[in-house]
Design a protein around this ligand. Structure first.
Ligand code: ATP
Length: 446
């Protein structure tokens, strides 16, 4: 199945309530998007899966939630005030702005062929003012990455968590970049969520840990069902490296417009900690008791985007196949084959029809199921249409309550999204049966 085009995903996302254009009633605003009832669940599940694998399942990583607005000195010391720039060139005839490094011909306007203006460097940080006075003393930046919040808390966390190298600090939160050319839906926006972890190691151990985290992060996407042929690793060329990095490898996904970065795994060396020590005058070194010496740890950083990951799960899950309509014919079925740990709804509870005889039992089954799984109750329209809808939002399992359930056997039917197989199960055994079915579909959580 070839990857669906972007328009198809954007339209499904809007129709089913994953992602809406932001401020739509006022004509929208460039690159902002709002997550609807299913999208918010998808993104929460992505973040939860990341936090679980980075924090809960490890002994050597703790979490943090630092502020978006920090002392501006943070961004001077980190180098962002001077170096966090992208090249910007303008077309003198149509006045469109471009990133020449993203164009096939960096000197020509892709729209009308005119020669672009010479590129100038444009700083991507959003500026604003803290407090009522709009002067340079009150100017602050919105953070363009969550990482610096981690570095400036290095000593606090080290002491409070009684940590020893190697150890990491993980954080999920919003970042802001005044991107010159946002686009491709939620792939590149000006406001987005990052999932970053800074892993502090002894200098000299950094290359081994870098290799380790590159493999770990690639494996995370595969474990959540992203198809292997759509994933690859790409090492940065020396000229492409960020100002703080000794080496970086990106995990990339094959989007319909080409390979795109899902996350960068960088070896940031001791750049950030030494910069903050020099600028703040506070020690940022680690005391190694065994070696009896103070030194700056090196830092390995896997930095991912929650929105890009959510988009990737949408693309990779999309499929179409032929499904029986019930009257001997077949129709094309759109199905999102989400991994059960990221699917917004894991189990849909569907009475055969909206009927006073079925409703009390169906409601009781829903109450039982929702205690253990992300569940949804739906009794509107025909059962066939409801199956189609659950397929299209990627719910792995449906539970159907019919007249036989209430009249004779006290059992229900579990329908599997992928095989469309149906299995009759006593209500008393339903929770266990759903759990094993979700595990068989790859869940590591239920
Ligand atoms: P790009 O080259 O695509 O601009 P980057 O290399 O600048 O990305 P990093 O600074 O490494 O990105 O940020 C880590 C991750 O944060 C990226 O891999 C991506 O998933 C996410 N990210 C960065 N910028 C954006 C953005 N404008 N919109 C959505 N996600 C973003």
């Amino acid at each position: 199945m070839p990857a669906p085009d972007l328009a198809r995903i954007v339209s499904l996302a809007k129709r089913r309530g994953f992602v809406f254009p932001s401020s739509e009633i006022y004509g929208g605003i460039g690159s902002s998007w709002d997550y609807g009832p299913l999208g918010v669940e998808l993104k929460r599940n992505v973040k939860e899966a990341w936090w679980r694998s980075m924090v809960y399942e490890r002994d050597d990583v703790v979490g943090l939630d630092s502020a978006i607005i920090q002392n501006p000195q943070v961004w001077v010391a980190s180098g962002h005030a001077d170096n966090f720039t992208d090249p910007l060139a303008e077309c003198p005839s149509c006045h469109k702005r471009y990133r020449p490094d993203h164009l096939d011909d960096p000197e020509k306007c892709p729209d009308d062929g005119a020669a672009l203006s010479p590129a100038r460097l444009f700083n991507l940080m959003f500026k604003t003012f803290a407090g009522p006075v709009e002067d340079s003393a009150s100017q602050v930046w919105l953070r363009p990455e969550t990482a610096q919040g981690i570095f400036i808390n290095f000593d606090n966390v080290l002491t409070a968590a009684r940590a020893k190298l190697p150890f990491g600090i993980a954080q999920i939160g919003k970042s802001f970049r005044n991107e010159i050319t946002p686009g491709n839906f939620i792939f590149r926006t000006r406001e987005f969520e990052q999932m970053e972890m800074e892993f502090f190691v002894k200098p000299g151990d950094d290359e081994r840990w870098h290799a380790h985290w590159i493999e770990e992060r690639l494996a995370w996407y595969k474990a959540l069902g992203i198809r292997e042929e759509n994933l690859r690793l790409r090492a940065h060329e020396p000229g492409e490296l960020a100002h703080y990095a000794k080496a970086t490898s990106d995990v990339e996904y094959r989007f319909p417009w080409g390979w795109g970065e899902l996350e960068g795994v960088a070896n940031r060396t001791d750049f950030d900690l030494s910069q903050h020590e020099a600028a703040s005058g506070k020690t940022m070194k680690y005391f190694d008791q065994e070696a009896n010496e103070h030194y700056f740890p090196y830092v390995i950083e896997p930095a991912a985007g929650a929105d890009r990951a959510a988009l990737t799960f949408l693309f990779d899950a999309y499929d179409e196949d032929a499904a029986p309509t019930g009257d001997g014919k077949e129709e094309t079925r759109v199905v999102l084959r989400f991994h059960p740990d990221v699917a917004p709804v894991q189990v849909a509870v569907l009475p055969l029809s909206r009927n006073a005889k079925l409703t009390p039992t169906a409601r009781a089954v829903h109450a039982q199921v929702r205690r253990a799984f992300r569940a949804q109750y739906d009794d509107a329209q025909s059962i066939g249409r409801r199956y189609r809808r659950q397929d299209e939002i990627g719910s792995p399992l449906c539970v159907t309550i019919d007249f036989q359930t209430v009249e004779s056997d006290n059992a229900v039917t579990i329908r599997n999204r992928d095989t469309m197989a149906q299995e009759r199960v006593p209500i008393a055994e339903l929770t266990d049966a759903l759990r094993s079915a979700l595990r068989a579909m790859g869940s590591a959580r239920v």
